[in-house]
Design a protein around this ligand. Structure first.
Ligand code: LUZ
Ligand code: MOS
Length: 750
């Protein structure tokens, strides 16, 4: 089944926040933000801006009736700065005017005096100065100290992976509309409607029932709208609370790039110990996460780094710790993979360092340590239904790895100025919010009396086609055709207290709730049919919009059945609640079973490096991926390819740069390069692993949003492999992204 949004997307008819027809009396907002990364606010002069014709009001923290506090996990982030600023781009005021142009003109007229304070931009510096968001966390398994003393090889090293801009096509924004009696409706581009509702209520000092959040769809989120869609929505809501008129704010690209956080840069240190047969017996890592100026989701992201520190390998002795370092950058936030990729890059680097020192192909170390059934992760979960070896060995076989390797060797022998490289990248990604209490969802399904169906869930459609999957669940359980089913907007008054659409878990959690609701409705309808046909319940089913008896079509259509149920006053609406069973985690012991299951896979990446220029092409990425039993392979392959391109971008050309004063230098697409069709792999081939699937996944179809991003890590090591083929004296470095500039330096380093 195709993505149900395709039709309106290609016709340009899909609605995003900026497409909503606005009320005639709508006002427009724009943020005035800090022009310095750290300092005391001595004075802000709003007078000229306020006097500009068409300016309605300029809001600051003084206008807040509730709390000036938008922190989700920790209460450490004001909506608008009070007497200090902590990052360049921190919101200080919100200008509301009759037009957007006037609001922007007014912004130019505001003058500010800041007494500057020292600026920290790197995690390392923050660690040295003791600047942290919260206490560090550590996971451990076995005894690394003892294990290291028995190792044949012990390697230590350092890695860095940079941040990443989300670059959702639709920038952040919200349209806020006053309702009666002080209620407000927010049309927000958020992955977390409940987060927006809750924080708005807190800042406005009103109960949550006064705030309705409605989400049609997002033009991309990638984690960037899990927590950071909130401030803009709250600002428009504060303005509505004071002015009782609709207020709209859509960030332009520059403002969005400057004011929002990104993927966390990490500086990390590793120590890896192996014995002669290449078994990794001990691994230690210290992760320094550059959290930015406030917690945002950093503590949860740090936790996921620890969960993924050993990727798809079994290591019997592990000690890892992570520090969320407080710096003067915009608070960094969720980004597809949520700290997992940063963790996995480190062990892949450690394996590369070990392979170099021992003088073996990196893939032999990887292969010798892949997870097996019943292996224990450092956090106590026992791996079951492990598929990583299956994906690894099928990839080797199906894609003829040895043939590819010999072709590359031959190419490299025959070419002076071009070199090819290859890498294998296995993945294991844990599915569930690591914070167990967040793993729940609800669905509200109405069967209307004409037989059409309306479905509301907590799932936010952000291009991942979750609505299509929800529709498939309804279609399958109720036995009706897709035209009968409509997916409603995501709205806090219909489905309350939702977790954000995140953690790759949205289809699982909401899909299971939809399934439960539909099964309850089906049960009632079957009962009605039983009476109509004088048959027993077991013999009745609904297929293709018709009631079937013992597999034979009856005369009763879906519409007739629903009409009869209506006459008999049967409830045709159902609200179901799903909470993931089995999972648990004890933070006092750092042990438990946090994940419903893992997603596995293996990618083989080949690249060609132009050794004169330092530029490179990703030739092929060949993947065997564990989809479980995919319920929609078209959508799932799209997720794999998109995530792969995004992962490769993070590892190769996307380079976030702040200057030492904390000002974002890569503040436009001229200076921040993202993968385009020319830099995408020339060939991507994804073969689904044949498995039984996993019952914890909706229809045994495993979560697919984030895991394939980490195949992109393979590009780093494939390029490194090619560089080494050109320059034997290159000393391996693990400093991502591996931009053409860095490749050129590596090619000619002596
Ligand atoms: N968001 C979150 C996530 O709040 N918790 C998670 O564990 C998570 N994992 C991946 C992506 N977003
Ligand atoms: Mo996410 S990184 O699943 O919002």
């Amino acid at each position: 089944m195709q993505n149900i949004d395709s039709y309106t997307h290609v016709r340009g008819e899909s609605l995003f926040v900026d497409d909503i027809i606005i009320r005639q009396d709508t006002l427009f907002g724009v943020v005035f933000d800090s022009p310095k990364a750290h300092g005391k606010i001595k004075n802000v002069d709003y007078s000229e801006a306020e006097n500009l014709k068409g300016v309605t009001k300029i809001f600051t923290y003084k206008d807040i009736i509730g709390e000036n506090q938008i922190g989700g996990i920790l209460p450490d982030e004001p909506l608008w700065a009070e007497d200090e600023v902590h990052f360049w781009g921190q919101p200080i005021a919100f200008i509301v005017a009759e037009t957007e142009a006037i609001a922007k003109q007014a912004r130019q007229l505001i003058t500010i005096e800041i007494e500057e304070l020292p600026v920290i931009t790197t995690a390392k510096e923050a660690k040295t100065k003791g600047s942290f968001i919260n206490a560090p966390r550590s996971f451990s398994l076995g005894n690394t100290e003892e294990a290291f003393s028995d190792c044949d090889y012990v390697l230590e090293g350092e890695t860095f992976s940079n941040g990443q801009e989300h670059l959702y096509l639709e920038t952040q924004g919200c349209y806020a509309i006053p309702q009666e009696n002080g209620s407000i409706k927010l049309i927000s581009s958020t992955q977390g409607p409940t987060a927006v509702q809750k924080i708005t209520a807190r800042v406005l000092g009103v109960p949550m029932h006064k705030v309705e959040v409605d989400v049609i769809r997002l033009g991309g989120g990638f984690g960037g709208k899990e927590d950071q869609a909130t401030p803009w929505a709250v600002m428009t809501a504060v303005a509505v609370q004071h002015l009782n008129k609709p207020v709209k704010y859509i960030l332009n690209r520059h403002d969005d790039l400057r004011m929002t956080g990104k993927r966390h840069p990490y500086s990390s240190f590793f120590k890896i110990g192996l014995n002669k047969n290449l078994k990794v017996t001990a691994f230690e890592a210290e992760f320094l996460q550059n959290a930015g100026a406030a917690a945002d989701l950093s503590p949860a992201i740090a936790e996921r780094t620890l969960f993924h520190a050993t990727n798809s390998y079994f290591v019997p002795n592990v000690k890892t710790s992570v520090y969320s370092c407080k710096t003067n950058l915009p608070p960094n936030t969720a980004f597809r993979g949520f700290g997992g990729p940063q963790g996995m890059f480190v062990i892949e680097s450690a394996i590369a360092a070990a392979a170099e020192a021992i003088g073996v192909n990196r893939r032999f170390i990887q292969e010798a340590n892949l997870l097996s059934e019943n292996d224990e992760f450092s956090y106590g979960q026992i791996a079951t239904k492990v598929e990583v070896q299956n994906t690894w060995f099928s990839a080797k076989k199906k894609f003829e790895l040895e043939k590819i390797e010999s072709e590359i060797d031959l190419f490299n022998k025959n070419n002076e100025s071009f070199k090819k490289g290859i890498s294998l990248m296995p993945i294991a990604f844990g599915i569930s919010f690591t914070n167990t209490p967040m793993n729940h969802a609800r669905a509200l399904v109405h069967i209307y009396q004409d037989g059409s169906v309306g479905v509301s869930t907590g799932a936010v459609e952000m291009g991942q086609s979750v609505n299509t999957k929800m529709l498939q669940v309804v279609q399958d359980i109720l036995g009706i055709s897709s035209e009968k089913v409509k997916l409603e907007t995501t709205n806090t008054t219909r489905v309350a207290n939702t977790s954000p659409s995140a953690a790759s878990s949205t289809a699982d959690l909401n899909g299971k709730a939809v399934k439960m609701a539909c099964e309850a409705l089906l049960g009632r309808l079957v009962k009605v049919a039983t009476e109509m046909l004088d048959e027993d319940e077991q013999s009745i089913s609904i297929q293709n919009d018709v009631v079937f008896v013992n597999g034979q079509k009856s005369k009763i259509s879906w519409e007739t059945l629903v009409a009869q149920a209506m006459l008999e006053r049967v409830a045709l609406s159902e609200n179901a609640h799903y909470a993931t069973p089995i999972i648990h985690f004890d933070k006092t012991k750092e042990k438990g079973h946090p994940f419903a299951y893992h997603v596995y896979g293996t990618a083989i990446t080949t690249v060609t490096v132009d050794c004169v220029r330092g530029i490179y092409e990703i030739d092929t990425v060949k993947i065997v991926h564990d989809f479980g039993k995919s319920m929609n392979i078209g959508i799932d392959l799209g997720q794999v390819e998109g995530a792969l391109a995004q992962g490769i971008g993070w590892m190769t050309i996307e380079e976030i740069a702040y200057d030492t004063d904390g000002r974002l230098e890569s503040n436009a697409l001229s200076t921040y390069k993202v993968p385009d069709i020319f830099s995408a792999p020339k060939t991507i081939e994804t073969i689904p692993l044949e498995t039984e699937g996993n019952d914890m996944a909706i229809f045994k179809s495993k979560a697919v949003g984030e895991p394939p991003l980490m195949y992109g890590i393979g590009a780093y090591f494939a390029i490194q492999n090619a560089v080494k083929a050109f320059n034997k004296s290159y000393v391996l470095k693990f400093h991502a992204p591996f931009t053409p500039e860095k490749v050129l330096m590596a090619l000619y380093e002596k």
